[in-house]
Design a protein around this ligand. Structure first.
Ligand SMILES: [Mg+2]
Length: 174
């Protein structure tokens, strides 16, 4: 069985939208996902940087994030033909461990928790594929990197890209 490693934030969790929601709430703004296409919130609002770090450090930030559309259904289908590992870089915000674990148990109960990997540097991951929104994580990765579209990476070129979980299904299952 081939092995697919899958990132969490911006791939199966909608963390970016929640950051915008928190920022808009605190600064009385109405920044939308479209406003951060090809950029990041802290690039267009440099003063937001420390607030973003604070939001991400809140123990509850990760617990009730929305699931990215179709990810549950497609990962369930993939898990019948591939070994699935959820690989999340969690060391920057160690307070997120428990919430991320509970979130995965709630939304992906068909995956064994033996297949959850909380790591620092993802180059340690040994898999045939890595689905991730950050192309940096493909450096040193020996398998095929697959860039999952997120607002911040929309202008990046030179990667195998998927725009949705439907496209992941097409790539692996058709
Ligand atoms: Mg990510």
């Amino acid at each position: 069985m081939k092995r697919i490693a899958i990132d969490m934030d911006e791939v199966i969790t909608n963390a970016g939208q929640r950051l915008l929601d928190f920022y808009n709430r605190d600064f009385n703004e109405e920044i939308t996902i479209r406003d951060v296409h090809g950029t990041t919130l802290h690039t267009i609002r440099p003063h937001a940087k420390n607030h973003i770090i604070r939001y991400l450090s809140e123990p509850t930030f990760f617990r009730d994030l929305d699931v990215i559309e179709d990810s549950q259904e497609v990962i369930r289908e993939l898990s019948e033909q591939y070994e699935i590992y959820i690989a999340t870089a969690a060391m920057e915000f160690p307070t997120s461990f428990t919430e991320k674990y509970e979130w995965l148990r709630e939304h992906f109960p068909f995956l064994s928790d033996k297949n959850f990997v909380f790591c620092g540097d993802k180059s340690i991951i040994h898999a045939d594929y890595l689905i991730d929104d950050r192309s940096d994580n493909f450096k040193g990765f020996k398998g095929q990197g697959i860039l999952f579209s997120a607002p911040h990476n929309l202008h990046e070129e030179g990667y195998l890209r998927v725009n949705s979980w439907k496209e992941v299904r097409e790539y692996f299952l058709t």
